[in-house]
Design a protein. Structure first.
Length: 408
């Protein structure tokens, strides 16, 4: 489409990038068919094509209103539109630029600002989130049902982390909320990799990947989190001690793979960010490559499962069918899941900031996952896991913990 970006942004790196993305869009509307918010609300402005047009207007200097912000807020950043688009429009990158501009040019009501500030302060900090979660668990019986269901009643123990003993080593990201909500995920990944000859290690003090603050309206704070994480990882990477960085949360994986792009204009970090993005693998990619070694181990067969591929895995990282292949090779029976390309409504802090839309998406997703009557639901991202578990009695867990159980 034709563009005429306003003077204030035209010659900036963001302006040039946004212009190139906008010019690729031919306004065909194929993307609307796979947009979860368009499917729920039926409003052009709650679909990708409408949002692209709203961002174009904002970048061209037209008036930016609270309605503009509302339609961008309702976007899940699931990027299903991106993997549908035949013209290669990088909607997610345009949204980062558009949201930053809209955030600067409009004023949110005080309560909304406070809510976002609190989420951005608490969630990425394990030392704040862990005690608050423990308090929440104590208070759970006295909380309204809707709030209580978002707090897990118990957390399974992590189990032992194997002592590093192999020449092959990989680095894992502990993450921010995952160690409190499901500490067993990384430990299970470490035990599975240990059995196929790879030692998984974590860098001390390496926490949030930056996605949380970046996507909630504090992009500079998110970039500061990214630089802090790179600083924690860099000594290990520089020594050449690890062959890959392994992600057990697909949301973090999608973000870390974007580091090269996000820090491309920062001379102090661009080279490091590029190397880190190139080294990053989702745990499914690692296990898939090493599957032959896994198959030489005794594996129990059976078990009907439904797999929910998080948007950050299938659209953000464009990894489709890999986890399903690994699970099938490990002897799981995968039930069919209709509309598996659609978001479950978790989407970072979306479930807190857009509770009605999120709850509807969760109900739809759980009904699709339950349609094949699986014994349990497996997924690949802590956010989706906690969100889905809050709406069903059926067990929901990370697929690597289920795979580990098969090997025992
Ligand atoms: S983003 Fe892609 S699919 Fe959507 S309207 Fe533009 S060109 Fe068409
Ligand atoms: S990112 Fe997801 S919710 Fe947002 S416009 Fe694209 S498909 Fe719709």
């Amino acid at each position: 489409m034709q563009t005429a970006l306003a003077d204030f942004i035209r010659d900036t790196p963001e302006g040039r990038e946004a212009d190139a993305i906008l010019r690729k869009c031919v306004h065909c509307g194929f993307c609307t068919a796979t947009c979860p918010t368009y499917l729920l609300l039926g409003d052009e402005n709650d679909g990708p094509r409408g949002r692209i047009y709203l961002m174009k207007q904002a970048l061209e200097g037209k008036e930016i209103t609270d309605r503009t912000r509302l339609h961008l807020d309702r976007c899940l950043t699931c990027r299903a539109c991106e993997t549908t688009c035949p013209s290669g429009v990088q909607y997610g990158r345009l949204l980062d630029i558009g949201r930053k501009l809209v955030e600067e040019k409009t004023a949110r009501p005080a309560w909304e600002r406070i809510k976002r500030r609190v989420l951005a302060a608490v969630l990425p900090c394990g030392f704040l989130f862990a005690p608050l979660l423990a308090l929440g668990r104590l208070a759970r019986p006295f909380l309204p049902a809707r709030l209580a269901q978002t707090i897990p009643a118990s957390v399974a123990r992590a189990g032992a982390w194997p002592t590093p003993r192999h020449a092959r080593k990989m680095l894992a990201l502990a993450g921010c909320v995952q160690p409190s909500l499901a500490p067993g995920i990384n430990a299970a990944a470490a035990r599975v990799l240990d059995r196929i000859g790879i030692s998984l290690v974590e860098a001390k003090g390496a926490g949030c990947c930056g996605a949380l603050r970046f996507h909630i309206g504090y992009q500079e704070d998110g970039l500061a989190d990214i630089r802090a994480l790179i600083d924690r990882w860099w000594p290990t990477i520089e020594r050449g001690g690890v062959e890959a960085i392994v992600m057990t949360a697909s949301g973090c994986g999608a973000m870390v793979k974007e580091y090269a792009h996000l820090l491309r204009n920062d001379p102090a970090y661009a080279g490091k960010a590029e190397k880190i993005s190139a080294m990053t693998r989702d745990i499914s990619e690692v296990i898939d490559t090493e599957c032959a070694r896994l198959e030489s181990l005794p594996v129990k067969k059976g078990g009907r499962i439904a797999f929910h591929p998080p948007c950050t895995l299938q659209h953000g990282q464009n990894i489709k069918g890999v986890t399903e292949r690994v699970l099938a090779r490990a002897g799981f029976e995968l039930t069919p899941v209709p509309d598996s390309h659609l978001c479950c409504g978790s989407a970072g802090t979306y479930s807190i900031l857009q509770p009605e839309l999120s709850a509807q998406l969760k109900r739809n997703k759980l009904s699709a996952l339950a349609s094949g009557e699986p014994e349990e639901i497996l997924t690949a991202n802590i956010g989706c896991l906690a969100h889905l578990q809050s709406g069903t009695e059926r067990p929901v867990r990370h697929w690597i913990t289920a795979l580990e159980e098969r090997l025992n």
